[in-house]
Design a binder for this molecule. Structure first.
Ligand code: XUL
Length: 530
């Protein structure tokens, strides 16, 4: 009964999902919420507070401690980790970890000492105490510099799949090089969150994979190698600080003795390259072939689909990443996902169920004339640099006295912006698979179905990214066929499918046009190009 473990180190939590490929069952499914379980990192939503809303960093030791914690919990719950044949996983994309010493230089044969918690062993290795994460938007100047040095934005997009983009790792690295020269000098190796987590498991330096590596503005996505032009435009000597990227199916090593002794893994358990959470979700949704669109409702909302050849977003917001199952994927990312939904539930004292009921039972498609631009945190798509939520409509709505309308307004605005900003992907979306923490909320599903005029299908497993890790482990380590894995683990839950109501098509065409007009007004007042 072969078992495979998938890990997902996301913005707000670390999740672990264990599958048994013979029975087709999920054997264990656990999550450690950083804010709730590791309060000493002062990161209630997974990142450190900052006076500057454009700066979003996290303490990488929090991710390390969460790894020890989740494995301890699995072991204490009676899960026999000795049966795990291989592990893979994912990390929030773009975030970077800076080490003063390559993990390949760890002294012991096994890498980590078993007598000290892992986070205490990693602490002295960090050349930079904090990690910029995907929510950081402080690098507009660096994006301009990189684009200029590399021959313009279009050229950067043609090489790397995306224009120079503030949250991407290359611009973040450039800002670090410019603002912290001493720490930059001390940095021997740079990791993404994904390759960092894989490195912890093997006690050696694991390569960045081509899926997540494409989110750095450093990779030549056609060649599958770092681009000299982009490396040079970013920081001097950068190639020496990055291992060569590898295909997402690459085994990066065997599990370190620390995990064998502490948690009972079998010696020799294979670790497969980790990837970004969105590429991993593409696999975990069984959507790794073109033709199926996915919406992920997580801390960020994302819309993505597999594609055979890269196609870039003419508006300049969307991205092309590597598809871990081969080929490419397109992605549009919206920072105001669950943080915006949580803002509304908190303001109006909604439970998650009441929020759905407010949408479905108390309000109607189109929401009267009430419309919200839900930019409670700086937005990625389209670029809104400072929080700028705007309320339009009835007096009560604008004054914050109509909770039901606010619930529908945030859901409608999110669906409309997803529809508008994923049009470049060019796939007609008849059926859309949906995943993420919010993918069971019937209010959100109803609005998505009507706005997209497509059937929305949730999967039985809500953490597609962790599932993608487990499936990739099975495929890469033991050659399990994708089709078999998808048939066993990714059948959409047809009982939960929500079909569109055709009578709402016109309403959402009109609301879409109003939304676009309002958005243009806000963008012309408040936002720079990136
Ligand atoms: C994708 C992106 C986010 C993070 C969230 O480009 O920035 O979806 O991956 O974890």
């Amino acid at each position: 009964m072969p078992q495979y473990l998938g890990l997902d180190s996301s913005t707000q939590s670390l999740s672990a999902l264990l599958i048994d490929t013979d029975s087709g069952k999920v054997v264990a499914d656990r999550s450690v919420n950083f804010g709730a379980r590791l309060p000493h990192y002062h990161s209630p939503s997974g990142f450190l507070q900052s006076d500057d809303p454009t700066i979003k960093h996290a303490d990488p030791l929090m991710w390390v401690e969460a790894l020890d914690l989740i494995l301890q919990e699995l072991r204490d719950a009676g899960v026999d980790l000795g049966r795990v044949r291989a592990i893979s996983g994912a990390g929030q994309q773009h975030g970077s970890v800076y080490l003063a010493k390559s993990l390949d230089e760890l002294d012991e044969v096994d890498g980590w000492s078993v007598s000290t918690p892992l986070s205490e062993q990693v602490r002295p290795l960090l050349s930079r105490k904090t990690s910029p994460i995907w929510m950081d938007s402080s690098t507009s100047a660096e994006c301009d510099e990189i684009a200029r040095a590399a021959g313009g934005d279009e050229h950067v997009a043609t090489i790397s799949g995306s224009r120079a983009t503030p949250r991407f790792t290359g611009p973040q690295i450039r800002r670090f090089f410019k603002t912290c020269p001493a720490e930059w000098q001390r940095t021997a190796e740079i990791h993404l969150v994904s390759s960092f987590m894989a490195s912890l498991l093997v006690g050696k330096s694991a390569s960045i994979d081509l899926g997540d590596g494409a989110g750095m503005n450093l990779l030549d996505i056609a060649k599958g190698d770092w681009s000299d032009a982009l490396l040079d435009a970013t920081a001097p000597g950068l190639r020496q600080k990055l291992k060569a990227p590898e295909a997402s199916t690459t085994p990066v090593g065997e599990i370190a003795g620390y995990f064998v002794k502490k948690y009972g893994f079998a010696p020799g358990t294979k670790v497969i390259a980790f990837t970004g959470d969105n590429p991993s979700s593409l696999v975990g949704m069984g959507a790794s072939k073109p033709g199926t669109a996915v919406i992920s409702l997580g801390t960020s909302d994302t819309v993505f689909t597999a594609m055979t050849a890269p196609r870039t977003d003419p508006r300049g917001y969307g991205s092309v990443f590597g598809n871990p199952a081969g080929g490419f994927m397109s992605l549009a990312c919206f920072a105001n996902g669950s943080l915006a939904r949580e803002e509304i539930t908190r303001r109006f004292g909604f439970s998650w169920d009441n929020f759905a009921a407010a949408i479905v039972e108390k309000t109607k498609p189109g929401n009267g004339d009430n419309l919200l631009l839900p930019y409670f945190v700086p937005e990625i798509t389209p670029r809104v640099l400072r929080p700028a939520a705007r309320w339009f409509g009835s007096e009560d709505f604008v004054a914050g006295r109509d909770g039901a309308a606010a619930a529908r307004a945030v859901a409608e605005a999110q669906a409309l912006t997803m529809r508008l900003h994923s049009d470049w992907i060019g796939e007609k979306m008849h059926t859309v698979l949906v995943t993420g923490g919010a993918s069971r909320n019937r209010g959100l599903l109803r609005v998505l179905a009507d706005v997209f005029q497509a059937t929305i299908m949730p999967l039985p497993v809500s953490n597609a990214s962790a599932l993608g890790g487990a499936l990739r482990a099975a495929q890469a380590a033991d050659n399990c066929a994708w089709e078999t894995l998808f048939a066993r683990f990714c059948p959409p839950d047809r009982a939960l499918a929500v079909a569109p109501d055709p009578s709402t098509r016109q309403v959402y065409q009109e609301l879409g046009a109003t939304f676009e007009t309002r958005l243009k007004e806000v963008l012309s007042e408040a936002s720079p190009q990136r």
